[in-house]
Design a protein around this ligand. Structure first.
Ligand code: ATP
Ligand code: MG
Length: 444
């Protein structure tokens, strides 16, 4: 979260703009039922001044029809203003979240560039891709919608409940009594959905890895005519992904129907008791209509509250998944500073090296000297460590004991990038970028 706040700080003005307009929109939402209430009460002759007097004065006309037309035009202008606010609000939200996502992607990509050879050797590429795309997108969505939704709900709750209480306190309590249940159910369901969602995401990551490995190793697949095996493997992973996604949608269907049932029971209750109130003259017809509208306005976002909670924990999972990468120190933490001119005398002095996951030394007390200008060929059976020797020389790998020196200076003292830019390496496994031949050759 600290990281995100740091990134978010660079875009704080657009954030506050978004929040400001969100609150403006949510509070102004409660004015619409008020005007409807006014229209109905005026129509039915139940003359209750339920709009601010200044607003009534503005549209007042002696003639009844002209008066109502004034209200209608007022309402239309008001809606137009809200539409303009909505545009600003959406643009601010999109800018804020897209900026955060872009910064995160850039940060992740640069970080990946600087991670060590050993890290990349052991990392699951599909998973890294998944984290740099889907996880960042989850974070983006959270910032685009749910962060602002919290303010939206808060603004609505305060303004709508205030208006409802102004009509009738008891009726307000009756209409909102089921809300805690709705919130509870919403949180309960979305927690469950979120768990399945993580599974869906993991399953998607396995699918990506399968495709990626298959495309990378397509020569092996062809050479061993393993196509059918690869297809079967993919179909299995693809089915698993579909099953997991379906489970998620089933749970969602359960949630929306249960929550719908509760919400409509709620409406019925409000309608019955409200009508009773209206018949008895405790409230006007317009007020009853406004009241029903208020309940409708407030219930929808509340049903989504669980979603925000779930999205929040989903986002924290995504942030944690990104952090496991950000927490890996980049290889330049351990870097020398020397940038002296290199003549090219290479010395290996009693170098011992073993891979972390192996119990035996691959190179054991190896010593050798190569003078500038000399041409040397290393010959050895496969797996004897020839390529490893070169990886040690350019510090893709670090040895355990002994020392490797260039012009009498241990290679650890050289600046890594400087050292590597002074050594030309043609790798055993060729790799071509999707660029022109010229560009591929031109890579320095
Ligand atoms: N990342 C790694 N982790 C563990 N062991 C590894 C790793 N990379 C290579 N090895 C092992 O280290 C040994 C030496 O590998 P290296 O690539 O240096 O051999 P080589 O002499 O270049 O072989 P070749 O003639 O086939 O190119 C091999 O047994 C290989 O399996
Ligand atoms: Mg080799």
């Amino acid at each position: 979260m600290k990281q995100l706040i740091k990134i978010g700080k660079n875009h704080k003005w657009i954030f506050f703009l978004g929040i400001g307009f969100t609150i403006l929109l949510s509070v102004s939402r409660s004015f619409i039922p008020k005007s409807i209430e006014y229209v109905f009460d005026t129509l039915l002759g139940e003359d209750v001044p339920n709009l601010p007097v200044c607003a009534i004065d503005l549209v007042y006309a002696d003639d009844f029809k002209t008066h109502l037309a004034g209200v209608a035009i007022g309402l239309a202008l008001f809606s137009l203003l809200r539409a303009a606010f909505m545009v600003v609000n959406s643009v601010a939200k999109a800018h804020f979240s897209e900026n955060i996502a872009r910064d995160l992607r850039n940060k992740m990509y640069s970080h990946l560039q600087n991670l060590s050879y050993t890290y990349h050797n052991n990392a699951d590429t599909g998973d890294l891709i998944q984290r740099s795309t889907t996880d960042i997108d989850t974070i983006r969505m959270f910032f685009q919608n749910h962060v602002f939704n919290i303010f939206w709900i808060a603004g609505l709750a305060v303004s709508v409940i205030y208006q409802m209480v102004k009509i009738d306190l008891f009726l307000t309590i009756i209409s909102l009594i089921v809300l805690p249940v709705t919130v509870g159910i919403s949180i309960f369901y979305f927690k469950k959905i979120e768990k399945i969602f993580t599974e869906v995401e993991e399953s998607e990551s396995r699918l990506t890895t399968t495709v990626q490995e298959n495309l990378n190793g397509v020569r092996v697949v062809k050479a061993f005519s393993n196509e059918q095996y690869e297809i079967d493997k993919f179909v299995e992973k693809n089915n698993e992904y579909k099953e997991k996604s379906l489970r998620m949608y089933y749970k969602m269907a359960n949630y929306w129907s249960t929550s719908d049932l509760i919400t409509f029971t709620q409406y019925c209750l409000t309608l019955v008791i409200g009508s009773y109130y209206a018949i008895n003259g405790n409230i006007s017809t317009g007020q009853l209509i406004a009241f029903i509208m208020f309940v409708q306005i407030i219930v929808w976002p509340i049903r989504n509250l669980g979603r925000i909670v779930a999205e929040y924990s989903k986002t924290t999972v995504s942030i944690a998944r990104l952090n496991t990468i950000f927490d890996v120190e980049d290889e330049y933490v351990d870097n020398g500073t020397d940038k002296r001119k290199i003549d090219g005398k290479i010395e290996f002095k009693n170098v011992t090296f073993k891979f972390d996951d192996s119990s035996e030394n691959l190179l054991d007390n190896l010593s050798l000297t190569i003078n500038p200008g000399e041409t040397i060929a290393l010959i050895g059976k496969t797996g004897s460590g020839k390529s490893t020797l070169i990886k040690l020389l350019i510090r893709l790998l670090d040895y355990q004991s002994g020392s490797i020196e260039i012009d009498g200076v241990p290679i650890a003292q050289y600046n890594k990038k400087y050292l590597r830019s002074n050594i030309g390496v043609i790798l055993q496994e060729p790799f071509l970028y999707s660029k022109t031949v010229q560009e591929n050759i031109g890579i320095t």
